[in-house]
Design a protein around this ligand. Structure first.
Ligand code: E4P
Length: 218
């Protein structure tokens, strides 16, 4: 399973990428706004930190505008993945960009029918938002199960399931059990994956016993 980080905070991305476990980055207009920076500058900086796909989202809502914005975004770096909303115009732009060999991430997916359309449009990634579904009392993980099943039924679909709107480590574990290809994690959730109280307790015990030996390895 690939791990992307869901942030436009370059200091966070640098720190997390040092682990060697970050395969890509996702941003959206809200995350760019939160960074307080220019989208072109911040995306360029992220692309230089992480060699994997870096999603940068269009802000236009009609096809021609999306294509104009995509032309600007794709020029930033070869690892830019153009993020498009799951609308008729977004999917049309997805289909065109796919034909031009540009990576695409179709975002704001809330149903299996929408995911089916995105795969037919040749999306590189489909982003179902599990947390936002949970928030309204629907089971976000059920949507992941449905999409994985549907995509598995059609081996010619190349779209990868990118689990988005992740809120906690259980989302990641459940998504991995279902075989989702990618999850995009807010930095705090990625850090939470490492944590277990028995690891901390066990390490403290080992260090105490080791100190008592008076030995050193290097
Ligand atoms: C995905 O690409 C989105 O940027 C993100 O996961 C949305 O998450 P949110 O529901 O926490 O805003």
């Amino acid at each position: 399973m690939k791990f992307f980080v869901d942030t436009a905070d370059t200091a966070e991305i640098k720190a997390l990428a040092a682990s060697g476990l970050v395969d890509g980055v996702t941003t959206n207009p809200s995350l760019i706004a939160k960074s307080g920076r220019n989208i072109l500058e911040v995306v360029a900086e992220i692309c230089a930190i992480v060699p994997g796909p870096v999603s940068a989202e269009v802000a236009a809502t009609e096809y021609e505008g999306m294509m104009r914005e995509a032309a600007v975004l794709r020029k930033i770096a070869s690892n830019v993945c153009v993020k498009l909303p799951l609308t008729p115009d977004g999917l049309r732009a997805c289909k065109t960009l796919n034909g031009e060999g540009v990576m695409t991430n179709v975002t704001l997916c809330f149903s299996a029918a929408q995911a089916l359309l995105a795969a037919k449009a040749g999306a590189t990634f489909i982003s179902p938002f599990v947390g936002r579904l949970d928030d309204i009392g629907q089971d976000g993980m059920e949507l992941i199960a449905d999409i994985v099943t549907i995509y598995d039924n059609y081996p010619n679909f190349e779209t990868e399931v990118l689990v988005a709107s992740v809120r906690h480590p259980i989302h990641i574990v459940e998504a991995a059990k279902l075989g989702a290809h990618v999850a995009t994690l807010p930095p705090n959730v990625l850090r939470m994956l490492y944590a277990h109280p028995l690891t901390d307790k066990g390490l403290a015990g080992f260090l105490k016993d080791w100190a008592a030996t008076g030995q050193s390895i290097a």
